[in-house]
Design a protein. Structure first.
Length: 114
């Protein structure tokens, strides 16, 4: 079934059943007539905004699990390409190792505040 036929049936159903009147908006007919214009505008926006440094992705959302998987996969790929490392410490590691090894064994693990 074509997308247009499905949409038309959905609109007709809303008018055929009083309990569905609340879903109907007369503007839906005008929007449906301009559907191709909307698609063209979306394509222009996506094309102009999608750059090498700021890529856009069209993620299918008809199944939540699949949508989540696609987004997670894109994130893993993007973060993996950043070549991130741990930040350098703001202290001398060897000095602090020496200080830690010099601590007495009988110190409590934490200070009780109550």
């Amino acid at each position: 079934m074509s997308r247009g036929r499905s949409r038309n049936q959905r609109l007709a159903q809303r008018l055929a059943h009083p309990e569905k009147y609340y879903k109907y908006n007369p503007e839906d007919v005008d929007v449906a007539k301009r559907f191709d214009d909307y698609v063209a505008a979306y394509n222009i926006a996506l094309t102009r905004c999608n750059t090498k440094t700021s890529p856009w992705y069209v993620v299918p959302s008809h199944r939540k699990w699949y949508r989540s998987w696609v987004v997670a996969k894109l994130l893993v790929e993007a973060l993996g390409s950043l070549d991130l490392g741990w930040p350098a410490p703001s202290f001398d590691v060897e000095t602090e190792r020496h200080r830690v090894s010099a601590l007495p064994e009988n110190l409590p693990d934490r200070i009780r505040t109550r």
